[in-house]
Design a protein around this ligand. Structure first.
Ligand SMILES: NC(=O)c1ccc[n+]([C@@H]2O[C@H](COP(=O)([O-])OP(=O)(O)OC[C@H]3O[C@@H](n4cnc5c(N)ncnc54)[C@H](OP(=O)(O)O)[C@@H]3O)[C@@H](O)[C@H]2O)c1
Length: 347
């Protein structure tokens, strides 16, 4: 194979047969690589299978203004696109934005079948599935948990008109967020903290309350993952300014949110272009967001040590039980700690 063809070949080319399910798994993995760079667009991944079920093209949408995943994959498929099946993580767009509609390009390429995982709720882009069906393409909506997770921030932003809120906190075995006085302030270990820094580097903003700034003198930056993007740090404080001599002031991008309610605070962040916010607050601000129904995902780190005299009750005292009752979500270990990632029904 000539060098340039080799570079353009899909990862899965040469595999005798790729099922649509396996192709969707691959498309989700491709899209996940664009989770940060594609913003404010959704991080879409796509795989094209020829009539024999062989992968002949794949792609992802890397950044705004660049071709959408479907176009990258179809370009790679070239003359093998006619009669193919296009497997994509999000319903193909149907509008002229910075690039022409994917729905038209799919139709022109002679694709026979389209399988998509998440329906697009963006009022300006939706309708690709209807357009393609209307023009005789076999269109199948096959939900996929990984794709839903990938698209969650896009759906919150378009469907609810506000930033997607990931609330992260640590808690003790007893479900408390604050260790007893005179105890080490860390509930979890270094492996969990590294994972938090990785997450910080993947969001647009980190939000905390003044109580945490005062108690912990934290910096809330992704310094253990310095090559990631530097997020805005927002401190919610209605009454007092951010104290001068605090570590949080070392952040290159820092803002104070003075609006009284979580709804208004999120709307201020949206005006600053924030689509994904990581809420890393103490119990007061966290419960305010929880009660307002403004938490979309919870990342709950549970430390290994019992601390009976802790305080600050967690909104999810028993995340293991919640995971058992709601199948969606996951549990992972970081050293001796456990991380529970739980999607939450929000407003
Ligand atoms: N386990 C964990 O993951 C974790 C994480 C962070 C902190 N902590 C611990 O939590 C403790 C601090 O807790 P905290 O509850 O004082 O901190 P916090 O929730 O981070 O901050 C509370 C402050 O947020 C401000 N605020 C702004 N908008 C608000 C709203 N809509 N509703 C409620 N409050 C609002 C309030 O100040 P104004 O009235 O001036 O607006 C309030 O005093 C420390 O011990 C810290 O170590 C634990």
């Amino acid at each position: 194979m000539p060098k340039e063809d080799k570079a353009a070949a899909p990862h899965s080319r040469g595999v005798a047969f790729v099922s649509e399910e396996a192709a969707m798994d691959r498309a989700v993995r491709l899209g996940a690589r664009s989770w940060v760079s594609a913003r404010p667009n959704p991080p879409v991944g796509c795989v094209v299978l020829d009539e024999n079920g062989q992968a002949v093209g794949e792609g992802r949408h890397i950044r705004p203004g660049e071709p959408h995943a479907e176009v990258v994959a179809l370009n790679q498929a070239g003359s093998r696109a006619p009669k193919s099946t296009l497997v994509v993580t999000l319903e193909p767009c149907n509008h002229h934005g910075r690039t022409p509609p994917c729905s038209e390009r799919i139709l022109k390429s002679g694709v026979r079948r389209v399988v998509y995982a998440t329906k697009d709720s963006n009022p300006t882009a939706e309708g690709g599935a209807t357009f393609l069906r209307h023009h005789g393409v076999d269109v199948q909506h096959t939900p996929h948990e990984g794709a839903d997770r990938l698209n969650a921030p896009h759906l919150t932003w378009c469907g609810k008109g506000r930033p997607h809120v990931i609330a992260k906190w640590a808690q003790t075995q007893e479900g408390h967020m604050c260790p007893p006085p005179n105890h080490d302030r860390w509930i979890t270990g270094i492996a969990s903290r590294r994972e938090v820094h990785r997450l910080r580097g993947r969001v647009d903003a980190i939000l905390t309350g003044l109580g945490t700034v005062r108690a912990d003198d934290c910096r809330l930056d992704p310094r253990l993952y310095p090559r990631r993007q530097t997020p805005l740090v927002a401190v919610a404080s209605r009454n007092e300014s951010i104290p001068r001599d605090t570590n949080i002031r070392k952040n290159a991008k820092l803002t104070r949110l003075t609006s009284p309610t979580p709804e208004e605070q999120l709307s201020s962040l949206a005006q600053l272009g924030v689509q994904v916010v990581l809420l890393e607050a103490g119990p007061t601000l966290l419960h305010a967001y929880w009660q307002a129904g403004l938490v979309d995902e919870a990342w709950v780190f549970v430390g290994p040590v019992g601390m009976p005299n802790g305080s600050g009750k967690s909104p999810i005292p028993d995340p293991k039980e919640r995971l058992r009752l709601h199948a969606q979500g996951s549990a992972t270990s970081f050293g001796p700690d456990h991380l529970y990632r739980l999607p939450i029904e929000s407003n």
